[in-house]
Design a binder for this molecule. Structure first.
Ligand code: AMP
Ligand code: TRP
Length: 334
């Protein structure tokens, strides 16, 4: 059995970037008979930005609903909320003792956050990679399906695990690897010309799995473009490449080929391309959106899923924490 672990922060609805970067892999992994999958809502992680308690509750439910609507089956995978498995915090503490401030400060995602929010550089933000390492090592993950932006964090997870092994002279933590069915980690671009679709990348940049048809269409029709090609077979500027990249994931290969040809012979009409892209996105999103609405109104079911996930996840989590306590020199509590 291979252990698979991944999480998503509860900072709003999931978008197509989350779907193609992460969820699509989760769904394919759950179909494998030799994969033992743990997928969670990283709610402790969201505290770095000080969300209001009501927002946490709502957003956690939102992610679970989106997970289920996208096709995760709680009977096949362990679907849980990070804070329901507080064992991770004890492991986080142990790992923090051997994580160096220098390496945490050098982490690109930390530097980005500092730049974006210079007034809220809290210790939780600095130690984000150790908490993420604890999430992964808690379950002895073999594979971690995540998008390209998470590669540094995974690298740090491996070094924290290896360092623990070295310090204590044990062979306890294994090295988790990134996983993507397409081999290459994928990055879905935004509609505003930015290279990453993201929740916090500004209005209109992301298509959410629960966007209503009119909203979706409007966002796509407003996507950033330019004056059009001026020479045949010319390389595409970023914003235009983005539209093609989005088409690559939601449209049929013939559709993509059709617009590639139009680009190359300079007869492309961005309006037509966007209209087609919006239609193909709508076809993709519609069934998921419908299931989101169904699950949203079934609190009892969501509650059952979350409880069951917490129970399943805690079995292995307790074991890991007790082993680590013993290795470090503390008393086992089991
Ligand atoms: P986040 O929403 O940043 O918590 O990301 C959750 C998961 O979605 C992680 O595995 C990310 O790598 C992935 N992800 C987020 N945005 C994108 C994107 N634009 N392209 C590909 N993967 C993404
Ligand atoms: N850092 C990840 C993100 O921003 C979310 C995350 C937290 C995660 N813990 C994890 C992903 C463990 C994979 C495994 O997307």
């Amino acid at each position: 059995m291979k252990k698979i672990v991944s999480g998503i922060r509860p900072t709003g609805s999931l978008h197509l970037g989350n779907y193609f970067g992460a969820l699509q892999n989760f769904i394919r992994l759950q179909q494998l008979d030799d994969a033992d999958c743990y997928f969670f809502v990283a709610d402790y992680h969201s505290l770095t930005t000080h969300p209001h308690p009501d927002d946490i509750r709502g957003n956690v439910k939102k992610i679970i609903v989106d997970y289920l609507a996208a096709g995760l089956d709680p009977e096949r995978v362990t679907l849980y909320v990070q804070s329901d498995v507080p064992e991770v915090i004890e492991l986080y503490l142990f790992l923090n003792m051997n994580a160096y401030v220098g390496e945490l400060e050098r982490c690109a995602s930390f530097k980005d956050k500092v730049r974006q929010n210079p007034n809220n550089v809290n210790a939780g933000l600095l130690t984000y990679p150790t908490l993420m390492a604890a999430d992964i090592l808690l379950h002895h993950a073999d594979f971690v399906p995540v998008g390209k932006d998470q590669m540094t964090h995974l690298e740090m997870t491996r070094s924290f695990g290896n360092r623990f092994n070295r310090i204590y002279g044990v062979d306890y933590f294994k090295e988790p690897q990134a996983f993507n069915f397409n081999n290459e980690p994928i990055k879905i671009p935004g509609l505003n010309g930015s290279t990453k679709m993201g929740k916090s990348e500004g209005e209109g940049n992301a298509i959410f799995l629960d966007d209503e048809p009119a909203v979706l269409k409007k966002k796509v029709m407003r996507a950033v473009t330019d004056g059009g090609p001026t020479q045949p077979n010319q390389p595409k500027p970023q914003a235009i490449e983005n539209l093609f990249q989005l088409m690559r994931v939601v449209s049929a290969p013939e559709t993509l080929a059709f617009f590639e040809e139009k680009w190359n012979d300079m007869s492309i009409r961005y309006g037509d391309m966007k209209k087609q892209l919006a239609e193909d996105m709508e076809t993709f999103v519609a069934p998921i959106r419908e299931r989101i609405h169904q699950f949203e109104s079934d609190d009892a079911y969501i509650d059952r899923v979350i409880r069951q996930g917490a129970e399943k996840s805690r079995v292995g989590a307790r074991q890991t924490v007790q082993d680590v306590r013993e290795i470090v020199g503390f008393r086992r509590m089991d």
